[in-house]
Design a binder for this molecule. Structure first.
Ligand SMILES: [Zn+2]
Length: 132
């Protein structure tokens, strides 16, 4: 699992007759012109939007940037750690409950916009996977 803005790696061209190494942010293969889909990598980019003192608006800004970065870098998807909030503040105006709620609203809309799937992480209420 790679953290946000971790070191770059390379991927191979998905055209089996080509298969050269590609820069992760290339839009198409320079050798065979194969357009490069998102999700070429096996791993998810991980981002934590809830444990660095973020406000909920900052959390959404981080999500937006991370989604763009993860797609440009061909990650399989994004693992979003939004925290579990607290039962008592699930509807709070500010705080962890709001970050969780706003993040999930944002991710649901993003999933529709970019044709991805949003899935709760197994055994962890504090994270979701956005699968490209
Ligand atoms: Zn190629």
């Amino acid at each position: 699992m790679k953290s946000f803005q971790s070191g770059r790696r390379r991927v191979m061209c998905p055209n089996i007759d080509c298969g050269i190494d590609l820069a992760l942010d290339a839009l198409s293969c320079p050798k065979c012109d194969e357009p490069l889909p998102v999700g070429l990598r096996d791993d998810f980019l991980e981002i934590d939007v809830a444990h660095s003192g973020e406000t909920w608006t900052e959390a959404l800004d981080k999500l937006e940037a991370a989604i763009d970065f993860a797609r440009a870098q061909r990650f399989k998807g994004l693992r979003v750690i939004h925290g579990i909030g607290r039962e008592t503040d699930a509807d709070a105006w500010e705080g962890p409950g709001r970050i969780r709620r706003e993040s999930l609203n944002y991710l649901r809309q993003a999933a529709v916009d970019i044709d991805a799937q949003l899935k709760p992480e197994k055994y962890n209420r504090g994270a979701h996977l956005l699968v490209f």
